[in-house]
Design a protein around this ligand. Structure first.
Ligand code: GLU
Length: 450
């Protein structure tokens, strides 16, 4: 018998930015399908028009493309499918089979957890002929499925499940109906989604059952935790993929980091491109425990991928992060000096801004012998006819020895005078780039104007 190909989908709602957890769902779904040559689809779940944010859909497309997560065929857009009547037909067939009813109640009180207080709707026995269409949840029925991510059976008693709206009175389906109808029509074989959707699953399973269609395999991935405890959230720090990109994290680093936020390979390998992840992907590697968002790890990946870039590539990548006039030849001389020290592209400004504009050093950054140090440095530099790295290294080291300075203290004061900071690229190399005139000017400023 021919083996059924794996078909997965990523189905974001365009209600805001793409969450790092959303990117993870997309990645795992993509890898699950592509590992065995299957299909990966993109669906925009936009039936809740009130919550839609303008531009969010385009942003999702843009970000997925940037990460090279490509989808098969055209994206399916639920709001466009409303006109075709698919959702209405499904809801009507449930009415006819007695598994749904019309309801005219105002929206129900919903507790904070999202679980309605009243599980059984008063309209269920009224035989109304118009209004919203709700699922008629049976009493005392065991609803069970095998979660292929958690690798266990999960079950509910239907008495815990609420009569839930499937089709609103404006003709738009809710998520619960649309997800079933569309996953079925798209031939989805495996659904991977966040564990926050687990409580919706019994509703979907009932709808599948009542529509007489087979449910796909469903797996829920565990929530990403903040290192301070609790779920990763906007309140505790950044969670938007877009914002990480704006801060100067490279897509390669973000993707590598996210791959390992809930999945681990058989060996201890840590470095993955998207293609390598697809190749290595195995459902068994999906973790059941909650991964912790370790920012240091992300920083490590980012530094690693920055250092893998050629200087030319970095020149291009750094462009949006340079606030001063972008001088290409100056940039090409600075980049080799800062490459080793960048964690994020946005560090560039802090680390190398002094090349473009003078930064007054804060007096408290200097050591106690700074005047002596700077005087000697100024003497050496002013006398240098050929201002190059060798002559500078040699002249300054001679001054350090002759005056019995501590090398570290001497160069630290030089850093502060030249760059206004204790953390700089190699300082002698930096002075050569700045040129003799500017270097002398800055030393004099630190000596006489502070
Ligand atoms: N539209 C839902 C979301 O925003 C999809 C959940 C699911 O994958 O079923 O995540």
């Amino acid at each position: 018998m021919k083996k059924k190909i794996i078909r997965t989908r990523f189905a974001p709602s365009p209600t805001g930015y793409l969450h790092i957890g959303g990117l993870r769902t997309a990645l795992y779904s993509y890898a699950l399908a592509k590992h065995s040559g299957g299909k990966f689809y993109l669906r925009i779940d936009d039936t809740d028009k009130k919550r839609e944010v303008a531009g969010a859909r385009e942003k999702i497309f843009e970000i997925l493309k940037l990460f090279r997560i490509s989808w098969d065929e055209k994206p399916v857009v639920q709001s466009e499918r409303v006109k075709t009547g698919v959702y209405e037909r499904a809801a009507m067939s449930l009415i006819r089979s007695g598994h749904a009813f019309y309801c005219n109640c105002p929206p129900r009180n919903v507790k904070e957890s999202g679980v309605p207080k009243v599980l059984r709707d008063p309209c269920r026995n009224k035989n109304l002929s118009s209004g919203a269409i709700k699922l008629m949840v049976p009493e005392g029925k065991e609803i069970e499925f095998y979660d292929f991510v958690m690798d266990r059976k999960v079950s509910w008693n239907s008495s815990e499940v609420a009569d839930t709206i499937l089709l609103k009175s404006d003709g738009f389906p809710t998520y619960h109906l649309a997800v079933v109808v569309d996953d079925h029509e798209m031939g989805i074989t495996h659904v991977i989604r966040g564990v926050e959707w687990l409580s919706s699953t019994p509703i979907h399973l009932l709808v599948y059952d009542y529509l007489g269609i087979e449910a796909p395999l469903i797996g829920h991935i565990s929530s990403i935790l903040d290192p301070s405890g609790g779920k990763l959230s906007k309140r505790k720090g950044n969670v938007a993929v877009e914002q990480f990109l704006e801060e100067g994290y490279l897509p390669e680093a973000i993707i590598n980091f996210v791959i390992l936020l809930g999945w681990s390979p058989k060996d201890n390998r840590e470095l993955f491109t998207l293609e390598e992840f697809v190749e290595a992907f195995d459902i068994k590697g999906l973790q059941k425990s909650n991964p912790i968002f370790n920012k240091d790890k992300l920083d490590w990946f980012n530094g690693y991928y920055i250092r893998k870039k050629s200087d030319g590539e970095l020149l291009h990548l750094l462009k949006p992060f340079v606030t001063n006039v972008f001088d290409e030849s100056l940039m090409s001389r600075i980049i080799p000096l800062v490459k080793e020290r960048l964690t994020k592209l946005s560090d560039f400004e802090n680390l190398a801004g002094f090349f473009f504009a003078f930064r007054k050093p804060a007096p408290n950054l200097f050591g106690k012998n700074y005047k002596l140090h700077l005087q000697e440095a100024l003497k050496v530099i002013s006398q240098l006819e050929d201002f190059n790295l060798d002559s500078l290294n040699e002249g300054l080291m001679r001054a350090v020895k002759m005056n019995n300075f501590k090398t570290g203290d001497f160069f630290m004061d030089l850093r502060v005078a030249i760059a206004g900071s204790k953390i700089t690229p190699p300082i002698n190399e930096s002075m050569v780039i700045l040129g003799k005139e500017e270097t002398v000017k800055r030393l004099k400023y630190a000596l006489y104007e502070i």
